[in-house]
Design a protein around this ligand. Structure first.
Ligand code: ADP
Ligand code: ZN
Ligand code: ZN
Length: 682
């Protein structure tokens, strides 16, 4: 049985139990564990029966959820693969991806829920009666893409499809058509989106296209009861389409026929705690297991996926133009270096950028101004004594939030009222250094008198419904200038925006993280995609980038909207530097209140790794602190492992894991440790 054993227990394999009757693998049931009774999944059965009969210590299984169909062998294989690949226990992984409510219910409680669900479904109007809406005639590129999906569907082992096309090029329409034929064949479709905020839009499109089908959402915003009932509908085959965030890659789908991963490059597909799986990568694996096509769609595919397409392992499909002939905005770079500075500070907006904003305002068009930093200013500073608004619990500055009148740490949440005077020397003249979206909003209001300005970032969209109401204002034309963080660049279909401004995107060009340029390019392309979606207005649409490095190759590719050129140059750099996708990485992270303890653990871990047979294939780097080394009083350290061989790295990790569990006991004061395979941030 796979049961929920915590990671630190070191129990990674399924546990043995006795059952008086044969049980099908995948069946759900309750089993005793210590003093508790917990949910379990029958993993394999019968194999060790002879041994089990002899073993007096084995315990009897509890009640079996007989009214539920067992999880399919392919589901078990997916969970088993994910556990092995991401170095977690099978039970821990399998149970963590089942609905939390299911883990709490006993057999009787579940039976009641299921009965209620079935009754409710019976009361619903007959789905088959709804009128099927008109759908657009596909353009030639879409037709070709769809034909490729169909061709893969009919192959015994379909190849993954990488659907590359800018925003508005008709990717979603391809997903809809591919889903249509899969549904018509009586199969289910699984559609993954990176973020919960993006689900309602896509959900609405699928729901209106398929009024005669049942669609369920799966994401962390559902109540526990909803999550369970949606999961049950998927498992019972009552849902035709499951649309959700990364956790839905584990949705039980007995008739799976197609997987779609929208915005496949998005870092949100990587789980950041527990089993740190990549839902995108697991979707590809699941499609392979279940022999169904998977469509990975993006305007800026991940370099991993792009490289696989280069190698012929994925089939690349391209939609080269926007539907309706809408042009992509003209990208213009402004060299901030040429501007005169006022006391060493460059103005917030360059004159031509300000003029472009004023023109849009005059014409009643909308603009989007993008700055990837929230708050008013990232730090407060006293020029007399040098005090800065550091967080007492983290190695980070506390951000000044003006309207809220607080200094707030974005890492641990620690917040205090803004001091009137310097807490060190009493100087009344403390100043805000740098700029976040709140300050930008204030400055834009001064520069563009009369403009209706709205801000969209994690601070203004925190409350329930706030994001939706802001977006509704933008759609209703009640906003002239929308200011925000990367939140504004994602997926929202703004029809009337004809100008996008990136205020200060340079920092990512020189960041320590080798993926920073890839992210920046994706972000800017995505931001550009917000402009000119309305073909009529697209001719005059522009994106301005304010930069101190106008010669940078990234911006040159951006100007030409040339993802392929950008990808080729990045891949050449990565190949030269031996970075992914040309090598494979894992991180071992350790946390403790005492940095020396974390360091001791990582050093001992390194020594242990050196003795393993695969050590020759894997480079072990020295433990170092991450960019923010202390959070909420806990010191963090990490060590990187790199190998040209994925298999070599996997073998080393698998051999290493039991050693790490054993080592933990020798390092008192270690708060946590974790392995992150294919880490996104290093
Ligand atoms: P993407 O997913 O690449 O951003 P969409 O599929 O959303 O692109 O298409 C952009 C817009 O064009 C949508 O409003 C969509 O309804 C419309 N559209 C897509 N394909 C066609 C087509 N073949 N004919 C007419 N309109 C289309
Ligand atoms: Zn001071
Ligand atoms: Zn803090």
């Amino acid at each position: 049985m796979a049961v929920e054993t915590p990671q630190h227990s070191g129990l990674s394999a399924p546990l043995d139990y006795l059952s008086e009757r044969p049980l099908t693998p995948g069946s759900l049931l309750r089993v005793p564990l210590g003093k508790r009774e917990v949910l379990g999944v029958v993993w394999t059965s019968g194999g060790s029966a002879a041994r089990a009969a002899d073993d007096a210590t084995l315990r009897q299984v509890g009640p079996v959820f007989d009214q539920l169909p067992p999880l399919a062998p392919a589901w078990l294989a997916l969970a088993e693969f994910a556990a092995a690949y991401y170095q977690r226990g099978v039970g821990e992984l399998a149970l963590s991806v089942l609905p939390p409510e299911l883990r709490k219910l006993d057999a009787e409680g579940l039976a009641k829920r299921q009965l209620r669900l079935v009754k409710r479904l019976a009361r619903e109007p007959q789905l088959g009666d709804a009128a099927v809406p008109d759908r657009p005639e596909l353009d030639p590129a879409q037709r070709q893409a769809l034909a490729a999906v169909e061709a893969e569907r009919s192959r015994p082992q379909p190849q993954p499809l990488l659907l590359h096309g800018v925003t508005g090029s008709g990717k979603t329409e391809v997903y809809l058509r591919a889903a249509e034929s899969v549904l018509a064949a009586g199969r289910q479709a699984l559609v993954l989106v990176p973020e919960i905020n993006l689900t309602p839009q896509l959900e609405a499109r699928f729901a209106s296209r398929f009024p005669d089908r049942r669609l369920v959402a799966m994401h962390s915003g559902l109540t526990p009861a909803q999550r369970l009932s949606h999961w049950l509908m998927a498992l019972l085959g009552r849902a035709d389409i499951v649309l959700g965030t990364r956790l839905s890659v584990f949705a039980p789908l007995p008739r799976l026929g197609l997987i779609v991963v929208d915005e496949e490059h998005d870092p949100s597909y990587k789980q950041q705690e527990g089993a740190r799986y990549s839902a995108r990568d697991l979707a590809v694996y699941r499609a392979h297991l279940e022999r169904v096509p998977v469509i990975l769609g993006s305007a800026t595919p991940s370099l991993e996926s792009w490289h696989r397409a280069d190698e012929g392992r994925y089939r690349r499909l391209s939609l080269d133009a926007r539907i309706g002939g809408g042009a992509l905005p003209r990208v213009r770079l402004f060299d901030m270096g040429v501007l005169p500075r006022d006391k060493g500070v460059a103005p917030v907006l360059a004159p031509p950028v300000l003029r472009a904003l004023a023109e849009r305002l005059g014409r009643g068009e909308q603009s989007l101004v993008f700055l990837n930093r929230r708050g008013y200013a990232p730090v407060l500073h006293c020029a007399d004594c040098g005090w800065k608004s550091g967080c007492p619990h983290c190695s980070a500055w506390r951000v000044f939030h003006k309207r809220e009148r607080t200094l707030r740490c974005h890492h641990c949440g620690y917040s205090e009222r803004v001091p009137r005077a310097c807490p060190e020397c009493g100087n009344l003249d403390i100043s805000a250094i740098g700029r976040g979206t709140e300050r930008l909003e204030e400055q834009l209001a001064e520069l563009l008198p009369g403009a209706r300005i709205a801000r969209l970032d994690a601070d203004t969209a925190r409350g329930k419904g706030q994001l939706e109401s802001r977006l509704a204002e933008v759609h209703a034309g009640e906003v002239d200038v929308l200011v925000g963080t990367q939140m504004v660049t994602k997926g929202h279909d703004f029809r009337r925006i004809t100008l996008v401004v990136a205020v200060n995107p340079d920092s990512a060009l020189f960041a320590a993280d080798f993926r920073a340029p890839e992210r920046l390019f994706a972000l800017l392309m995505q931001a550009a995609g917000r402009a000119g979606r309305d073909a009529a207005a697209s001719a005059g649409s522009e994106m301005w980038v304010q930069t101190w490095h106008p010669q940078h190759a990234l911006y040159a590719a951006l100007k030409r909207h040339d993802f392929a050129a950008f990808a080729a140059s990045q891949l050449a750099e990565r190949r030269g530097a031996g970075l992914p996708p040309f090598s494979h990485l894992a991180l071992l992270r350790a946390e403790s209140r005492d940095a020396a303890v974390a360091m001791g653990f990582l050093q001992a871990a390194t020594d242990a790794a050196r003795t393993l047979p695969e050590a020759g294939q894997v480079t072990l780097y020295r433990p170092v602190p991450p960019a923010v080394s202390k959070v909420a009083g806990v010191e963090r350290l990490q060590m990187l492992l790199e190998s040209p061989s994925r298999v070599g790295l996997q073998r080393l990790l698998a051999d290493w894991l039991p050693r790490l569990h054993a080592l933990r006991g020798e390092h008192k004061g270690l708060a946590r440790w974790a392995i992150d395979v294919d880490p996104l941030a290093i």
